[in-house]
Write a protein that binds this ligand. Structure first.
Ligand code: PEP
Length: 251
């Protein structure tokens, strides 16, 4: 049985004050979340605050990115060990916004996955196609290429240490959610691809859906066999909405 994970990606949003309010709301409501594991991925600079506020609770936390390198002359970068220093469990790698706005290649993303894993962090590897790619009928080829970069560098067994997130780019922040069937098809494809290397790793791998997930559509998405939770952007910024998605995983 795979335990669902609902992870919030706050992106570049919030302030010390708003994050305090958000976390107060999450802490007071998280008791209704019986099944899912819950995590929030915060902007780097707020991680000390997040750690102070979430330490000793059931809510885990993480970063939204990390460096490919362990330390050294990389101005502005954050190493995996630094995320460890602030109690992070998770780190997002290869989010489509990093791929698009920071030109992160599949190879760079794979190296970030490796850096996270080497430090004992759990990487949340994001894959997903653009609208143009979906319309060209190359969704599977795109997500396969993104996944294969990690398998090629680290081996399929490395996926046992991470989480996969299928995030169709056309559904992120647009209000357009993939239908449960569209999402399930890609999740099943991804799991089968991992299974072609290692069936046990594929069976245990959590594959999250991300892209305009809300309390109103979370239950039907997570009811699908291969959808093991969500990576949540906009709806993670409101305690009520985020908790609504987390409780949808109760089934
Ligand atoms: C995301 O950015 O990971 C995401 C899924 O965003 P949203 O929920 O806002 O579509």
């Amino acid at each position: 049985m795979r335990r669902p994970l609902v992870a919030g990606n706050w992106k570049m949003n919030g302030s010390r004050a708003s994050i305090k309010l958000l976390l107060d709301g999450l802490k007071s409501g998280v008791g209704t979340v019986k099944v899912a594991e819950v995590a929030v991925c915060a902007p780097f600079i707020y991680l000390p605050d997040v750690q102070t506020q979430l330490q000793g609770t059931v809510i885990a936390w993480g970063g939204q990115d990390l460096s490919t390198e362990a330390s050294g002359a990389y101005t502005g970068e954050i190493a995996a060990s630094m995320l460890n220093d602030f109690g992070c469990k998770y780190v997002i790698v290869g989010h489509s916004e990093r791929r698009a706005y920071h030109n992160e290649s599949d190879e760079t993303v794979a190296r970030k996955y490796a850096a996270a894993r080497a430090a004992g962090l759990v990487p949340i590897l994001c894959v997903g196609e653009t609208l143009d790619e979906r319309e060209q009928g190359i969704t599977e080829a795109v997500v396969a290429r993104q996944l294969d970069a990690v398998i090629g560098l680290e081996g399929a067994a490395a996926l046992a240490d991470g989480v996969l997130a299928y995030e169709p780019v056309w559904a992120i922040g647009t209000g357009k959610t993939a239908t449960p069937e569209q999402a399930q098809d890609v999740h099943a494809f991804l799991r089968a691809r991992v299974a072609s290397h290692d069936a046990a790793v594929a069976e245990g791998l959590r594959i999250l859906y991300g892209g305009s997930m809300k309390p109103g559509n979370a239950a039907e998405l997570m009811a699908k066999t291969d959808i093991d939770g969500g990576l949540i952007g906009g709806a993670a910024l409101k305690a009520e909405d985020f908790l609504g998605i987390c409780t949808a995983a109760n089934g």
